[in-house]
Design a binder for this molecule. Structure first.
Ligand code: FAD
Length: 317
């Protein structure tokens, strides 16, 4: 079933979450262990992130450096298939512009279609760690809006090779990212919303937001989007703080503000066990307020750990 259908069918706020594929070398049990404990909250869908290649430099015997391309967290499609097979809930694979040619994208989507996966989250991806700016593949997409167009074309049976005959149509429901505190590269929130509208015009059916720690930022973002004529669902994304290090890491990595009150509470903590409790309490309060405001769904970023998400969900759902 499509994410949008789950939202339309829900009579109260529902629960969903996002997982990361495990680091290469680990087996799928680590994923199942995380999902198992969250199944009691009946998620109708689970997102699985996609991680593009990285460049690492290995020193050779002669002292020269050899550039190697590695994917540290492969397995997005396999995990999605395993989730649908084992839990009978919809899996939403993330797909990127970065590292994909249009041909790679088409083949990725064909695999998903054959597996009965009919939701996909279309993202641009970030620059690889060794580069300052995002660079698309030579035959790839520059922006998520272009990726959305390719998915919609496949939904109409339009493949890259025009010579293919009797093409079948796919039926993907497409989600895209939105940023209540604007995307880090956008010159302003208005400009970011302008390009968000392009993703919707090209066929996106719902938005999932970047994490935020101040609900007011989400409410204002939704208001601005609605005023700009965006009518599709805007799913709030939440990530509980779990370590002291995240006070610096989250604003740096995701360009989100952490409210002073939360910063002070975290600084007071003796250890990360206490931080985890503070993070859970903050996220429970955020969740309750959003639930009272009538959001159809709360989407949690588990980042590979489910215990704190479980503690939060137990108080909300
Ligand atoms: P876009 O929508 O393409 O926007 C990128 C920037 O370009 C924005 O500043 C936008 O305003 C601007 N822009 C857009 N179109 C144009 C245009 N035509 N001309 C000029 N400027 C334009 N990353 C991963 O690697 N894997 C994941 O699984 C993943 N999952 C995510 C899930 C969510 C819910 C979110 C919020 C983010 C996720 N990301 C993931 C991170 C995401 O890839 C980065 O934030 C990335 O930098 C931007 O992706 P986007 O799809 O929002 O890009």
């Amino acid at each position: 079933m499509k994410v949008t259908e789950h939202l339309e069918n829900s009579k109260k706020t529902i629960f969903s979450f996002e997982i990361l594929p495990p680091l290469k070398g680990q087996n799928i049990q680590s994923i199942f262990d995380n999902i198992d404990s969250l199944m009691e909250f009946k998620p109708p869908f689970i997102d699985v992130t996609y991680h593009r290649e990285e460049y690492v430099y290995k020193e050779l015997d002669n002292g020269l450096l050899k550039k190697q391309v590695v994917k540290k967290r492969p397995g997005t499609v396999g995990i999605c298939a395993a989730i649908q097979n084992k839990y009978h809930v919809d899996a939403v694979p993330h797909i990127l512009c970065g590292g994909f040619t249009k041909e790679d994208t088409e083949n990725f989507l064909i695999d998903l279609d054959f597996l009965g996966i009919d939701n996909v989250m279309a993202l641009r991806g970030d620059a690889v760690k060794t580069e300052t700016y995002f660079k698309p593949e030579k035959e790839g997409h520059h922006y998520a809006s272009e990726l959305v167009t390719q998915i919609q074309e496949l939904n109409q049976g339009v493949y890259l090779d025009e010579e293919i005959q009797n093409t079948s149509e796919t039926d993907f429901c497409v989600g895209v990212a939105g940023y209540p505190e604007k995307h880090m590269e956008a010159p302003s929130l208005d400009s970011d919303i302008h390009f968000l509208k392009k993703k919707i015009a090209n066929g996106a059916s719902y938005i999932v937001t970047q994490m935020f720690y101040d609900n007011q930022k989400y409410f204002e973002f939704v208001e601005k989007c609605r005023a700009e004529g965006i009518t599709i669902p805007i799913i709030p994304g939440l990530k509980p703080i779990a370590t002291k290090k995240q006070l610096n890491l989250l604003p740096h990595r995701f360009h989100v503000d952490i409210p002073d009150t939360l910063i002070k509470e975290v600084i007071k903590c003796k250890d990360n066990k206490e931080v985890r409790e503070v993070g859970i309490e903050w996220c429970v309060n955020q969740s309750k307020e959003l639930q009272q405001a009538g959001v159809p769904i709360l989407h949690y970023y588990s980042m590979g750990k489910s215990d704190n998400i479980h503690a939060i969900a137990a108080q909300i759902f």
